[in-house]
Design a protein around this ligand. Structure first.
Ligand code: GSH
Length: 117
């Protein structure tokens, strides 16, 4: 059974698990309350950010890497074109664009709007 720690960006991991019909458990992580006392979660990700997964002996963080792992290990799925498919380059590009290219700038806007004094 795959355990997903935390929502946030874990939403995309959970969405993929649902689409692939894989069994999983969502284990909530309350970042706003603080994770200092959440020993079970900190044992999985001592850095304290979400999402993280545990799948047997495998422990991973980074939502896009987790998705690539799930597709490689439990696929194939029509959601991910094969490397020789003409759609593969665009798929790879847009799979990574959100986190690698857009997230940092969006983070400042969201932080300023919702968390800054
Ligand atoms: N690139 C990472 C970003 C992880 C991340 O920043 N997660 C946020 C919540 S969506 C978080 O845990 N923030 C709290 C912290 O960094 O302490 C991913 O895609 O998994």
């Amino acid at each position: 059974m795959i355990t997903v720690f935390g929502e946030g960006r874990g939403f995309r991991v959970v969405w993929l698990l649902e689409e692939m019909g894989l069994a999983y458990r969502l284990r909530p992580v309350d970042l706003l309350a603080g994770v200092e006392d959440d020993a079970e979660f900190l044992a999985i990700n001592p850095a304290g950010f979400i999402p993280a997964i545990q799948d047997g002996d495998v422990t991973m963080v980074e939502s896009i890497a987790i998705m690539e792992y799930l597709i490689a290990r439990y696929g194939p799925t029509p959601l991910a074109p094969a490397p020789h498919d003409p759609a593969f380059p665009a798929y790879q590009q847009f799979l990574h664009l959100g986190e690698a290219g857009l997230a940092a700038s969006i983070y400042f806007v969201v932080g300023a709007r919702h968390f800054a004094p």
